[in-house]
Ligand binder design. Structure first.
Ligand SMILES: Nc1nc2c(c(=O)[nH]1)N[C@H]1C(S)=C(S)[C@@H](COP(=O)(O)O)O[C@H]1N2
Ligand SMILES: [Mo]
Length: 302
């Protein structure tokens, strides 16, 4: 892997954003190096052109209903969340069920950088330079059993610190799920950092899922439980409104949300120069992930 580091960085180790943006021109030539066996070609050439959003865009414009439903609420309220210590329960169809300490997990994972497009179902988008490890590596620690077909995820419930949980904006805990092959895909990561710094609370500290070809709500934050199961798990937005939000929720410009088009997206940032761009099939990751859905009617399995 071209760029790897543990995210126990000290302040001096953190790359300032300007230096970072220069360095990524070097990295662009290496894009896709982390995606062994994926046929790095077209997608990485396209990714080389990705300009990440600013730290401010990424950490001040958020969806994290546990801290309120406004885009600015998480940045304002999430400082109350205690993330040390942090325990993740891994259970269900695994050989090694148990409570995994986050620091222990980190000591066994290879953290690398992934610059991904991020597309919310609300039709806005960003480009985010995540740091994280492949979910497949964590699942390997737990030892997935052969009957498992899905992975279910759960966010912390702690209304004392997560003040949005004092209201029933959603049915807490926030829950999400993936098919096992989606979870094992090398593009699927657990993000633990952004721009080389520990991931801020409002972005889902200490560890959140990132599935770049799916709408943002699949990328569940501040995970405390991972369960391997043979049943399709319930998901928060599907429970809230099954007509509007499906289990798969792959980014698809050809399938409108019942209340708006998904053909284009507002690019967050840029102030007065804010612009729209066309939404890409599978958010630009079609070459890597389309084979997962062969034989499925993508309009039906929204
Ligand atoms: N636990 C939890 N995870 C969540 C959400 C949430 O409200 N609670 N919002 C989702 C939605 S709708 C989006 S678009 C992304 C936003 O991630 P970001 O704030 O890091 O950009 O987080 C997703 N994960
Ligand atoms: Mo979203």
């Amino acid at each position: 892997m071209a760029y790897r580091w543990k995210n126990t960085l000290t302040a001096q180790d953190v790359t300032p954003q300007a230096a970072y943006l220069n360095r990524r021109h070097i990295m662009a030539g290496l894009a896709g190096a982390g995606l062994a066996g994926l046929g790095a070609g077209a997608a990485s050439a396209q990714d080389a052109a990705l300009e990440p959003n600013s730290w401010e865009d990424i950490t001040q414009y958020n969806n994290f209903y546990e801290f309120g439903t406004g885009k600015g609420d998480p940045a304002r309220e999430a400082h109350r969340l205690t993330t040390k210590p942090w325990t993740v329960k891994i259970d269900g169809m695994v050989d090694n069920p148990g409570d995994y300490d986050f620091a222990d997990i980190m000591s066994q994972m290879t953290v690398e950088e992934r610059i991904y497009r991020f597309r919310c179902v609300e039709a806005w988008s960003m480009v985010i330079p995540w740091n994280g490890f492949e979910l497949a590596d964590l699942l390997a620690l737990a030892g997935v059993q052969s009957e498992a077909k899905y992975v279910a995820f759960e966010t912390l419930v702690r209304p004392e610190e997560m003040i949005g949980q004092r209201f029933r904006a959603l049915d807490w805990p926030y829950v999400e799920g993936l098919r096992l092959d989606e979870a094992m895909h090398p593009l699927t990561i657990m993000a633990t950092g952004i721009y080389g710094k520990d991931i801020p609370n409002q972005n889902g500290a200490p560890m959140r899922l990132v599935v770049p070809w799916k709408y943002g709500f699949k990328s569940i934050k501040s995970i405390v439980r991972i369960t391997l199961t043979d049943q399709e798990p319930p998901t928060s937005w599907n429970k809230a409104n099954a007509r509007e939000y499906g289990f798969y929720s792959n980014v698809n410009p050809n399938v409108s949300h019942p209340r708006w088009s998904q053909a284009s997206e507002r690019v967050v940032g840029g102030g007065l120069f804010a612009r729209r761009q066309e939404t890409l099939m599978f958010n630009g990751y079609e070459e890597e992930v389309a084979s997962l859905y062969e034989g499925m009617n993508l309009a039906e399995f929204y």
